[in-house]
Design a protein around this ligand. Structure first.
Ligand SMILES: [Mg+2]
Length: 216
């Protein structure tokens, strides 16, 4: 994979697992989703967790990629709107997430050079609370959240819309995310540069990669 740093004119970041990594908050999301499925099916949360794990395995076999939480909930008869209403009421990012001054400095530096965008399978309400906790308010020119269309990434329609809105050519739009299948596969197929980041160390490496105009 090479990253043509000199061509990049904008960066589209995923949020959860990319701009922060929090096992506690990831567990809270899974727990809330299990509580939602438990209510839906009239079962206890432990049973819902097992059912979701089995569904995740089934969908992985069917599609060849790891499914999103939205896909698992839909397969079990739920809907993404209700799941996110549940998330908004239940999840407390404020209890799990902290500012990371290095990440803030990285994004502030990038924001002076390119427009930055956020493209997330999270909902707008929680996204705002999360970026507040992370100290990243005001750094994104635009936020694309799941409640824009209620279609989760990967979604070709949203990718088209982002490229059209931003006016970026595919070769100019760098996508950064922690899940290749969800965040990066479609943009890469479209000809966009992509960067897989699954830790803060990997995220911080972007500075030297883009700063020096190097290739990966
Ligand atoms: Mg993510």
């Amino acid at each position: 994979m090479s990253l043509p740093a000199h061509e990049i004119r904008g960066i589209i970041f995923d949020l959860d697992g990319t701009l922060y990594v929090s096992p506690d908050f990831a567990a809270a999301i899974q727990e809330a989703a299990a509580a939602y499925v438990a209510g839906l099916k009239g079962i206890v949360p432990g049973q819902a967790e097992r059912l979701m794990a089995a569904t995740r395995t089934l969908l992985t076999e069917e599609t060849g990629g790891v499914p999103t939480l939205s896909a698992v909930c839909i397969r079990l008869g739920g809907n993404v709107r209700d799941l996110h209403t549940f998330f908004q009421e239940r999840l407390r990012p404020e209890a799990c997430l902290d500012r990371n001054e290095q990440v803030i400095a990285l994004l502030e530096g990038f924001a002076q050079r390119f427009p930055l965008y956020l493209f997330t399978n999270n909902n707008r309400g929680l996204t705002k609370r999360i970026i507040d906790c992370l100290g990243l308010n005001g750094l994104f020119r635009r936020i694309y959240a799941i409640d824009d269309t209620w279609k989760a990434k990967p979604d070709e329609g949203m990718l088209d819309r982002i490229l059209a809105d931003t006016g970026l050519k595919p070769s100019e739009a760098l996508f950064v995310g922690d899940r290749y299948d969800v965040d990066l596969r479609l943009p890469e197929q479209r000809g966009c540069p992509v960067y897989l980041s699954q830790s803060i160390e990997q995220l911080l490496r972007l500075e030297e990669i883009l700063g020096a105009g190097n290739t990966l």
